[in-house]
Design a protein around this ligand. Structure first.
Ligand code: XMP
Length: 518
């Protein structure tokens, strides 16, 4: 099966939901990619799209300079679904009238469907409570373009959906991609399956086959590939795909920088030693990293040193292996989007990613996960038989515990932090709360305070606990953990770790805080 045969293109007009639209299409098991709104039709056509979705966006179509798409798109015979701004644009470019509505509609809005075929299919649109949609606009289509019918209106009489069945062009004022639109997924699926004729065959299994074939054809019959393992899900999935595709021509290198959590380095070594056909190299670089970090307190400097050190250790090892032409990396779709290579998106990511190795190393890149979202990477990992300890691993910063030790990083502080962190994680997992939280970890605050142990006053370090709920790490809420749990964790940490004086819980959300302390 060639999953990429059927592809839907999302044209990004700068809406906050473009990525969400793409995710929902993938959830409907149809492969899709995001392209900038002004991609010429000739370019779009090369993708052989089964359909095109125009995203929402902050602009107003009737203002000068408003972003437009190549209007040949609407004559290409390919189904198009315009969402919010996308609908306004389609309507205007095809001769309809779009203006600022007499009243704005934001949030949950009731609408009535006049034509259930083809978009509003399924039982859910027979039930009244499902005819709600989430709206976010001031502008509205006042007159649909010639050839279009009004398919639905809101309770205020605003046009909620339009369509031209003969040209297979549709527009929605409501946002089907957000969770607040019940039945939104039905609308998207109807467009994908009934209008575009897609079948839901973008599955983890089909992806594995596709990725293995693609790796084989890009590295050829003799090419050797190297990959850096971090212990995270992306690099692990990459390694297992590579192993399946090229077996003994694959070498994975695990640079142990000594900044992982308790037990993690051992887990990585066990998993790869026991499961990979290719060569697995474990570089114990713990002392080297500690030396490089000695005396350094500035977080950004720590990140830079760790990144540079990582590259130099990896380079030494990889170059000693002889004729290796390819480097496999765990770049995923949000990285591609955030790096600005897609959709003219602003560069959002400023974090140094330790997995990202520079071009000067001279390798040709193999990036089998470039097209996947994070949740899809996990599904592929499950398909490859990876254990939960990898699949459900919480996000962990590339510079590791170095950014969770405030001030200078020392072996002693790392050891104390590892123990406290392990206790916190264990108790959270025992309480069954792990899956509800985005991240939960301990921080060595670097400050010392007074405590009493036995009959003696004692002076020791403070550990902070941090647990947050988040969707995407851009914003986060501190987690309201049960007091009993915090009490147990505190008692265990102070009781089991000699020398530690105090435990505090961080009750700062992001913003104004960040998730990490450094
Ligand atoms: P902040 O602290 O900025 O973190 O709210 C947002 C997310 O990014 C992770 N993080 C990093 N990841 N290298 C990484 O690969 C880094 O230097 C880094 N700093 C923070 C953090 O764990 C959270 O998930």
């Amino acid at each position: 099966m060639k999953p990429q045969m059927q592809k839907v293109i999302v044209l990004d007009f700068g809406g906050q939901y473009s990525m969400l639209i793409a995710r929902r299409v993938r959830e409907a098991r149809v492969y899709c990619e995001i392209l900038p709104y002004d991609t010429p039709w000739e370019e779009i056509r090369k993708h052989g799209p089964a359909g095109v979705i125009l995203s929402g966006g902050p602009a107003s179509v009737y203002l000068e300079g408003a972003p437009r798409c190549d209007s040949t798109l609407f004559q290409g015979g390919v189904p198009v679904l315009g969402i919010c701004y996308g609908m306004h644009l389609m309507a205007r470019q095809l001769g309809g009238k779009v203006e600022q509505g007499s009243r704005s509609e934001y949030g949950r809005t009731a609408f009535t469907v006049y034509e259930r075929e083809p978009l509003f299919q399924g039982e859910c649109f027979e039930q009244e409570e499902c005819c709600y949609g989430w709206m976010s606009h001031r502008d509205a289509v006042l007159e649909p373009p010639p050839g279009f019918k009004v398919l639905a209106r809101t309770e205020n009489g605003v046009i909620a959906a339009i369509g031209d069945d003969s040209r297979r062009l549709y527009g929605l004022q409501l946002h089907p991609e957000v969770q607040h639109t019940p039945g939104g997924m039905n609308i998207l699926k109807s467009f994908l399956y009934h209008v575009c004729g897609c079948t839901p065959d973008w599955t983890p299994r089909s992806f594995v086959q596709y990725a293995v074939d693609k790796i084989k054809s890009s590295v050829g019959p003799d090419g050797r590939v190297v990959c850096a393992l971090s212990g995270g899900v992306d690099s692990t999935v990459v390694a297992f795909l590579l192993d399946r595709a090229v077996g003994e021509r694959f070498v994975s290198i695990f640079v142990d920088h000594g900044l992982l959590r308790k037990g993690e380095a051992e887990q990585v070594v066990d998993l790869f030693r026991s499961r990979l056909k290719g060569q697995f190299i474990h570089v114990d670089a713990r002392d080297r990293f500690l030396k490089a970090l000695a005396g350094i307190t500035d977080p950004e400097q720590k990140r830079k040193i760790i990144g540079a050190e990582f590259i130099s250790v990896f380079k030494e090892k990889a170059l000693s292996l002889g004729d290796i032409a390819y480097l496999a990396q765990g770049t995923i779709y949000p990285d591609v989007i955030e790096s600005g290579t897609v959709a003219g998106a602003a560069v959002i990511k400023s974090h140094h990613n330790v997995g990202g190795l520079p071009e000067e190393l001279g390798f040709k890149l193999v990036e089998p996960l470039r097209e996947l979202f994070k949740d899809e990477v996990r599904l592929v990992g499950r398909e490859l038989g990876l254990p939960d300890s990898v699949l459900k691993r919480q996000p962990f910063p590339g510079p590791g515990l170095a950014v969770r030790v405030i001030g200078e990083v020392t072996a002693e502080k790392l050891e104390l932090l590892r123990e406290a962190d392990a206790i916190f994680r264990e108790e959270i997992e025992k309480a069954g709360l792990g899956q509800d939280l985005w991240q939960y970890f301990a921080v060595h605050t670097g400050i010392h305070v007074v405590g009493v142990k036995g009959d003696n006053r004692h002076y020791g370090p403070v550990v902070a606990l941090r647990a947050v709920r988040s969707e995407d790490a851009m914003t986060a809420d501190w987690a309201k953990l049960p007091f009993e749990l915090l009490e147990r964790v505190s008692a265990r940490i102070t009781g089991e770790i000699p020398g530690l004086a105090r435990v505090v819980y961080d009750i700062t959300s992001k913003p104004p805080g960040t998730i990490e302390w450094e």
